[in-house]
Design a protein around this ligand. Structure first.
Ligand SMILES: [Zn+2]
Length: 352
């Protein structure tokens, strides 16, 4: 693999021009496919947060648990506003290595000079490529750490039992559970965010959410993080504000996927404008984050899409969860960009 393709270079230049003060050279010089970590081994990547707000103990601490490298972008608004703007520690735990994304790599195979859409080649090369795509994407959002468990992304299925059944042998479930338990106990996150485990989504997505919820349920109630699931919808979607129909799952007598359907879900409006003359919004930032996943055609198709992030509160959450979540989303409503006064030297569009 090379990262010297003009398009990739242009993307890195764009990052620099966006005044994010990221150490571009250093962030691009690391692992290529041949230096990717071993399948099944757990990897922690400390992310370069550049000039984003310094990490603050006062700000919310968030863990997003997902199956594939890119799933976390469902929660782009919460990640960016919490991590980059508030200085909250935002970590993303990705269970699989993303090797199953080879079918969608048509655009990237020429960039890398490797026939990634051939299954054997894609499965071999994509884990390291997607690792770098995910790392770059999360650095744009001000996330703190990327944890990759590198379990096998075996195939598309809506049957979560292909990975969750005892003896399925696709994921090392004991290792996944142990990692989640260790992290939740050690980091004491305020919030855990998953995708909404509905029956019509990828079985890996369902499984990742259920494994995260099981881990939350294993904690003493008072020590649990507030658990929420996220969905992104179009502004004119018919199911706006409609609770998702989640799969049934029990653990230790608790209904893991029960959610509070009242009041309405917590929301982030990706079209809320900010910056000079209100020319920026979260949808643009989400699109830039998505655009880092050049090997994934399905993700690139979401550029410019998605208007509202809805967050539903799981009942497995600790006492006062609703108030704590409400406080988080109030904080996210103030992106606190500096207001500048420009003179005519800035142009005829200098005034707000
Ligand atoms: Zn996925």
């Amino acid at each position: 693999m090379t990262l010297s393709h003009p398009l990739l270079t242009a993307l890195h230049l764009a990052r620099g021009l966006a005044a994010l003060a990221l150490v571009v050279g250093a962030s691009c010089a690391s692992a290529g496919p041949s230096s990717g970590p071993t399948s099944g081994s757990e990897e922690e990547i400390r992310l370069d947060r550049g000039g984003f707000a310094a990490l603050s103990r006062e700000a919310p601490k968030v863990l997003v648990v997902v199956a594939h490298p890119d799933d976390e972008l469902v929660a782009t608004g919460a990640l960016y506003l919490t991590g980059a703007r508030l200085g909250g520690a935002c970590d993303v735990l990705t269970i699989t290595d993303g090797q199953g994304g080879f079918k969608y790599a048509s655009f990237a195979e020429a960039l890398h000079g490797v026939p990634l859409t051939e299954e054997a080649v894609g499965r071999r090369e994509l884990p390291a490529i997607r690792r770098e795509e995910q790392r770059r994407s999360l650095e744009l959002l001000g996330a703190r750490m990327l944890v990759r468990l590198q379990q096998t992304d075996h195939r598309y299925t809506q049957d979560r039992m292909e990975v969750l059944a005892e003896g399925a042998g696709v994921w090392d479930l004991a290792a996944v559970r142990a990692s989640l338990d260790r992290r939740l106990a050690g980091e004491r996150y305020d919030f855990v965010v998953t995708l909404a485990p509905t029956a019509t989504t990828h079985g890996h997505h369902q499984a990742a959410s259920l494994l995260a919820l099981e881990a939350v349920a294993r904690m003493p109630e008072a020590e649990r993080p507030v658990a929420l699931c996220c969905q992104v919808k179009a502004a004119d979607a018919e199911d706006l504000g409609v609770p998702p129909a989640l799969v049934d799952a029990q653990a230790e007598g608790e209904d893991l996927t029960a959610i509070r359907t009242t009041p309405a879900p917590f929301t982030i409006d990706r079209n809320e404008p900010f910056g000079h003359r209100d020319r920026l919004n979260l949808k643009a930032i989400a699109s830039v984050a998505i655009a880092q996943h050049l090997s994934q055609g399905t993700m690139l198709g979401y550029i410019g899409a998605g208007d509202v992030e809805e967050y539903w509160l799981f009942d497995v959450s600790p006492p006062l969860a609703a108030a704590r979540a409400a406080d988080w989303f109030v904080q996210l409503q103030d992106p606190s960009f500096p207001e500048r006064e420009y003179r005519s030297s800035a142009g005829t569009n200098a005034s707000r």
